[in-house]
Design a protein around this ligand. Structure first.
Ligand code: TNX
Length: 522
């Protein structure tokens, strides 16, 4: 008897939790919502889904990656909502009131990163062909909730999601940013915060500029003095720093969990004073120069006709390749004004071979287009259209980083408290109003891997400084890289960016409040 009533009660309780009436849905218009990047397609149905204290996040059983993304979503929503948001395994679609993350490998046309987000009054279903797509869709889901959801402490709600369906795929598979951790060093926590902010806008590549004249920032076990000596200072004479191999691996893992690829760069043969100061044998005259804390460029070079130089490059690339699961190693090659052209070209050709021997694809700045590049290496355009065209003629894919459009270290205007202006001033509308496939006649969409926005750090040395220069411009680049070219325009973007002001404030991002954007205040 006791047993029967126990099971009866249990059955009633289960029934109750599934069919308990939900509050009446409020009308909402998905099409009016400020999503960045704007999705490829969207259908609004005029109603809403209420996220409540009873909502769980169900993840299709059997995928560790989905379970991790489910936990990530719960972690992002818990602080502001105060809801428990349990993550549960599901063999099938859950009952009313829940969020369901699932993989559908047959989902035609969603590719690596596309997703479909279907929101009804009773259920939120996020599906993708690959786990990365689910992660990108999770960012859309976050942005559909009120801005206060991104706050670190409990907020009042209510937490309604507008109903409808979003089917979204990226325009480019390479949507990047670069941090220069060499001119000024930034620690692991700063880089992780940058990765989190990139993820919110669906960026997927972080290029780390790990060495330059002013500092060497990655431990290389076979050449320990690179960091012991070469990592000791930075621009302005501060204390510098470097990542141990364990710290670097931690960053690679942290980024990979957000489906962001890390590309390490060791710049050469120029921009190498920190290495030359650490090992006299890398200098043609056998003498180590002093460490350098200024901001000049183009004065240093590895000794291209010494065999030890290639042993050095091979060791560095071998260790980096072993730590880096992604396909690319960036070997710089820019502004090598202290290297004769007849030395530069064979040097770059030889080091490209070293990268390939270690199973990786070499990326070089646009000057490397003068060397024997072909479809097996990548060129990054930053200054020269001619080198960009030369790369395309030789069949090398391009990353577009035109300095006068995407350099995050350019000042917004002449009054900006940080930044340089050698490539011009880049206000927020200038950052948005260009297209990578229209910039250079002769360079077409099919020639591009995608775009990358570099942040050089001569003038910045704190996370606040990073945020001030990167935001809101990085958001412009995220939309250019993800959203369809057709229909993309400033009049549509401006109010959406304005509506992200409260989101950036909730995340405590110290962004530049451009007067060209009618920022939403609350
Ligand atoms: C040019 S971009 C450089 C960097 C500087 C940057 C400053 C490139 C490949 N080289 O060394 O930091 O300008 O904006």
């Amino acid at each position: 008897m006791l047993r029967t009533s126990f099971f009866l009660l249990l059955a009633l309780a289960l029934l109750g939790s599934c069919s308990e009436p939900r509050q009446p849905a409020v009308p909402m218009d998905l099409a009016q919502h400020a999503l960045i990047p704007v999705p490829a397609s969207l259908t609004a149905t005029g109603s809403s889904f209420a996220l409540t204290a009873r909502t769980s996040i169900y993840v299709q059983a059997g995928s560790e990656e989905l379970a991790r993304t489910g936990a990530y979503l719960a972690d992002k929503l818990r602080p502001a909502t105060g809801f428990p948001l349990q993550v549960q395994n599901a063999a099938q679609a859950p009952g009313a009131g829940h969020i369901y993350l699932k993989l559908d490998p047959a989902a035609a046309g969603l590719g690596e990163e596309g997703y479909e987000l279907a929101i009804t009054e009773s259920l939120v279903t996020l599906s993708a062909a690959q786990p990365a797509g689910v992660f990108r869709g999770v960012q859309t889901l976050r942005q559909l909730l009120p801005a206060s959801v991104d706050a670190a402490s409990p907020q009042p709600g209510p937490w309604n999601l507008p109903s409808g369906t979003i089917r979204d795929v990226p325009r480019f598979g390479f949507r990047g940013s670069m941090l220069d951790v060499a001119r000024h060093f930034f620690g692991v926590d700063d880089v992780k915060r940058y990765i989190d902010l990139m993820a919110y806008y669906k960026l997927n590549v972080l290029h780390l500029h790990l060495s330059d004249d002013q500092g060497w920032r990655i431990e290389i076990k076979s050449w320990p003095n690179l960091t012991a000596h070469g990592g000791k200072t930075e621009v302005g004479g501060g204390e510098g720093g470097f990542y141990t191999q364990e710290q670097y691996s931690d960053l690679v893992r942290y980024a990979a969990e957000r489906y962001i690829l890390i590309i390490p760069e060791i710049d050469m043969p120029g921009h190498t004073n920190s290495a030359l100061a650490s090992y006299p044998e890398l200098n043609c005259n056998g003498k180590a120069p002093d460490l350098y804390t200024g901001t000049n460029v183009g004065f240093s070079t590895l000794c291209t006709d010494k065999e030890i130089t290639y042993k050095f490059v091979d060791d560095v690339v071998r260790e980096l390749a072993a730590l880096t699961p992604g396909p690319y190693i960036h070997l710089g090659g820019d502004e090598s004004h202290a290297t004769k052209k007849e030395d530069y070209i064979p040097f770059v050709n030889r080091v490209r071979g070293i990268v390939q021997q270690h199973g990786k694809t070499m990326i070089g700045w646009d000057e490397t287009a003068q060397t024997s590049v072909d479809s097996t290496s990548v060129v990054q355009l930053w200054a020269s259209k001619e080198y960009g065209l030369e790369a395309v003629r030789k069949g090398a894919p391009l990353i577009m980083s035109p300095a006068n459009r995407v350099y995050l270290d350019m000042q917004y205007d002449s009054t900006s408290r940080l930044g340089l202006h050698w490539a011009g001033y880049i206000e927020v509308d200038t950052a948005y109003l260009w297209d990578p496939a229209d910039l250079v006649p002769g360079i077409a969409e099919a020639d591009l891997l995608g775009i990358e926005a570099p942040l050089w750090s001569e003038t910045i040395d704190s996370m606040d400084d990073i945020e001030y220069l990167a935001f809101p411009r990085l958001i412009c680049y995220a939309e250019i890289a993800w959203s369809p070219k057709a229909g993309r325009n400033w009049d549509s973007f401006k109010p959406r960016l304005a509506a992200h002001g409260p989101r950036l404030r909730a995340m405590e991002v110290d962004f530049y409040p451009s007067a060209r954007v009618p920022w939403v205040q609350k």
